[in-house]
Design a protein around this ligand. Structure first.
Ligand code: PFF
Length: 434
């Protein structure tokens, strides 16, 4: 059925889809609220340190393994050694669990786009949000609509679906983001928001925050569930993997920082608090929009921005299990997508209901939505990355010179892969979990 694997039509297609996978709700919804919860600038500093050092190696490793094996995750691990195929299967499983909470937020966004353009002002947005997320009908239907959109692009295939969606949505995302940054920077007292983002308070440094920064870094770069491995497996030829990796890291960080610059000056300008958690973008920001001239329009395009980001990442989340089903079960893309739709629905519906009907079900003191977020971002993503580093370093005996020409850096890369990254990741995970 899949005698010929699909390939990207150009290097640009690969880069834009990889950036599309990285830049998502993680940058515009999750990053600002986590930064707000962990004290602003100090979180940003730790996050940038982690992203530019520890994350670089697993990111390149994933791309390389995909390019080298030309297989989806399970097949790629199996190609290195058949006994690793079960570890490989953890990648699509992680993808399905991430989709279980990510796609709910996608559904919320669709609702907010309609709400913004309908022009009906809401009196109390905080109350509106908490009532809306409890509504079982709307949240479930909207989650399924968002899931359908992402699965639709994946079902259309690598070139016609994934590439096309990214080539259209990413430029829209960039333009809207810059437009909103300019508006935010021109608000009164915008400098307070910038100070909050860029002036670190070292007393707020702690191990929980470091774990949160690590989880955020993995989540935002899409490392640790095989998205980059799968996208890497569609590369025709890329002799500049290191450059591609830097481009992905730099673009993703730029989008996250710009998202912060779009949000925090506005928050401080209207004397709001930046630590309101997951509701920052759904409660605090709409409150601000409602006080701006052309507020409904600005709110509408902000949520369109969020939707573009969510779709391009959502596509990569479904592509990992989709490709795994196609190649493991030897079925068509469409059949694989139907199967995947059912699997994701199985987790997403309880998570969508976890703010209302299923609010009493707690795992590790968290509702189902928060538990899926914690389990995937802070545990499964780093854990999968540790496994892949160890497997490449010790079993594939990856030669750094295949990736990096400079002998010294190639050696550093191999040492990082075999020892430093796994040790640091294990330590950070234990420190943060205790
Ligand atoms: N990187 C995406 C974001 O920042 O929203 C989320 C994500 C996509 C995580 C793909 C993991 C993944 F494999």
């Amino acid at each position: 059925m899949t005698d010929k694997r699909p390939l990207w039509s150009s290097k640009y297609s690969f880069i834009i889809t990889a950036i599309g996978s990285a830049v998502g709700l993680g940058n515009i919804w999750r990053f600002p609220y986590i930064m707000g919860q962990y004290g602003g600038a100090i979180f940003l500093a730790v996050y940038i340190l982690i992203i530019s050092t520890i994350c670089f190696i697993p990111l390149i490793n994933e791309l390389y393994i995909g390019k080298y094996t030309k297989k989806e995750c399970v097949g790629a691990y199996e190609a290195i050694n058949p006994k690793f195929k079960y570890l490989g299967a953890l990648n699509p499983i992680t993808g399905i669990l991430i989709a279980g909470f990510y796609f709910i937020v996608g559904g919320w966004i669709i609702n907010y786009i309609f709400k913004s353009f309908s022009g009906n002002p809401v009196e109390n947005l905080g109350e509106y949000f908490s009532e809306f997320v409890k509504n079982p009908f709307y949240t479930c239907v909207l989650t399924e609509i968002f899931l359908f959109i992402c699965i639709f692009f994946s079902a259309r295939g690598v070139k016609k679906g994934i590439e096309t969606a990214n080539k259209v949505l990413m430029p829209i995302l960039g333009v809207i983001l810059i437009f909103l940054v300019i508006i935010s920077l021109n608000l009164p007292n915008a400098h307070e928001g910038l100070e909050y983002m860029f002036k670190p308070d070292f007393s707020k440094l702690n191990s929980k925050m470091i774990l949160a920064a690590l989880g955020q870094a993995f989540f935002t770069l899409s490392i640790g569930m095989g998205a980059l491995l799968t996208y890497g497996s569609y590369i025709k030829e890329d002799k500049t993997l290191v450059k591609s990796a830097y481009t992905i890291i730099l673009s993703d960080t730029a989008f996250a920082v710009l998202a912060g610059i779009m949000i925090f000056p506005a928050v401080f300008s209207f004397n709001m608090v930046p630590n309101s958690g997951a509701g920052l973008v759904f409660v605090t920001l709409p409150q601000i929009f409602s006080q701006l001239p052309y507020g409904n329009f600005i709110s509408g395009i902000f949520f369109i921005l969020l939707l573009c980001a969510a779709i391009t990442s959502g596509i990569s989340i479904v592509e990992v299990p989709c490709a795994a089903f196609v190649e493991r079960f030897n079925i068509s893309r469409v059949k694989s997508c139907v199967l995947l739709f059912l699997c994701i629905t199985f987790f997403a519906i309880p998570a969508a209901l976890s703010f209302g009907m299923l609010n009493d079900i707690k795992l590790l003191d968290k509702n189902i939505f928060d538990f899926l977020d914690f389990l995937t971002s802070n545990i499964l993503l780093p854990m999968n990355a540790i496994f892949l580093c160890l497997i490449s370093g010790w079993f594939l005996k990856l030669n750094g010179n295949d990736i990096i020409k400079n002998k010294f850096f190639a050696l550093c890369f191999c040492i990082g892969l075999k020892y430093i990254v796994p040790i640091i990741l294990i330590l950070l995970m234990f420190m943060g979990l205790n």
